[in-house]
Write a protein that binds this ligand. Structure first.
Ligand SMILES: Cc1cc2nc3c(=O)[nH]c(=O)nc-3n(C[C@H](O)[C@H](O)[C@H](O)COP(=O)(O)O)c2cc1C
Length: 361
């Protein structure tokens, strides 16, 4: 469906020849991304722990996007099972996201390679050279996150095949810099590997603007978390549908001696209690009741199991409802195929509008 929100040139927007021409331009713009992923659209669904499992991942790949399984804290045997179950639901390529600090990372890599996984996404820190080499020697491609230009260059020297640059607008663990700025810092200087943009993306016209800056595709998480095929609890999806962009906030750190890894999620009783918990832990540290190490651990443990509580159990008041700022653009529970089609149609509409402006001012 063409996007009818903007009244510009309705006849051009619905003209099949103009749409086909714009679609061909879009395919050209993200051609490097689609060739790299082996998918119809260069739209990755970012891995989301507890959410990105067989059903969502296969639905995304079957709809022409590129699904990514979230390994999270899974053991190797459990990951092997989830990969096999996903392969039973789709014949299209999908990736697996591994967290670099997982104690069994080497075994997880082996599981992916044995299962014929074509793309491994390494998250949670800069991956080591040996892990990157092992994946590549096993015949799969490596995708890694570059939070700054200097790290993008380092990752390319280490041999990664593609980069994701994720802005602070994203859901889950985030860095401090917005995608607007990261894109300007990195896209003009990285040509050797495809770069996918992530963070705060909810519309196809926004994705198009990054393709025009040199990105090869985009990664979205939040919009797919509330999709029909997502197995997230209905309370989790309802919270996404209700929320505005401003409700997706980053976790607050009370004292710089006790660092808190920033996580973006919906403001709720849990996020408010986390601040009180830090204040109480600080008081116990200052009174000598807790050592610095014990206090730090106490703060880190506050959120243990909290994402599962929200996604699986539906406790959206006390759990961690990780969500990006694009949550404000979710207005209902849509099938994955419809979300992807809408994103592509919005990009096509934007290309036609550009063309109209160039022709008629
Ligand atoms: C509920 C949730 C869980 C996530 N879990 C992970 C994860 O386990 N590993 C990871 O690399 N990224 C994780 N992310 C980040 C996504 O993969 C993706 O990069 C991000 O959602 C993109 O930004 P957006 O949310 O604005 O679309 C998570 C995001 C959300 C919303």
């Amino acid at each position: 469906m063409p996007d009818t929100a903007t009244p510009a040139a309705p006849s051009a927007l619905t003209d099949p020849a103009r749409r086909a021409e714009a679609r061909a331009r879009l395919d050209h713009l993200w051609g490097r991304g689609t060739r790299f992923l082996g998918s119809e659209y260069a739209l990755l669904a970012g891995a989301m722990s507890w959410v990105s499992e067989r059903n969502l991942v296969s639905a995304i790949s079957n709809a022409g996007g590129f699904g990514v399984l979230a390994c999270g804290a899974m053991e190797p045997a459990r990951l092997a099972e989830e990969i096999a179950a996903t392969q039973a639901l789709t014949t299209r390529p999908f990736g697996v996201n591994l967290i670099t600090m997982h104690p069994q990372l080497d075994e997880l890599v082996r599981v992916c390679l044995d299962a014929g996984i074509t793309h491994v996404v390494l998250a949670g820190g800069i991956p080591s050279g040996p892990v990157i080499r092992a994946i590549k020697e096993g015949g799969a491609k490596v995708i890694a996150f570059a939070p700054a230009l200097v790290l993008a260059k380092r990752l390319m020297r280490l041999g990664v095949d593609a980069l994701v640059i994720e802005g602070s607008e994203a859901g889950g663990h985030v860095g401090p810099v917005s995608l607007t700025v990261l894109a300007q810092e990195i896209l003009p200087h990285v040509h050797d590997v495809p770069v996918f943009v992530a963070g705060g993306l909810g519309r196809g016209d926004a994705i198009l603007s990054y393709l025009e800056q040199g990105a090869s595709g985009a990664q979205l998480g939040t919009r797919f978390a509330a999709s029909r095929e997502s197995i997230a609890h209905e309370n989790f999806k309802k919270a996404f549908i209700r929320a505005n962009a401003r409700d997706a906030v980053t976790s607050v750190q009370l004292d710089e001696r006790f660092p808190v890894i920033p996580v973006r999620g919906l403001n709720n009783a849990g996020t408010r209690r986390f601040v009180q918990h830090q204040a109480e832990t600080l008081r116990r540290f200052q009174s000598g009741e807790l050592t610095k190490e014990a206090a730090q651990l106490d703060i880190e443990h506050f959120w243990a199991g909290a994402l599962r509580r929200a996604v699986v159990d539906g406790d959206v008041e006390n759990g961690s409802v990780m969500a990006g700022q694009s949550v404000g653009m979710i207005t209902g529970e849509q099938p994955v195929g419809e979300i992807i089609k809408q994103l592509v149609d919005q990009a096509i509409d934007a290309l036609i509008r550009q063309d109209e402006r160039a022709r008629y001012g």
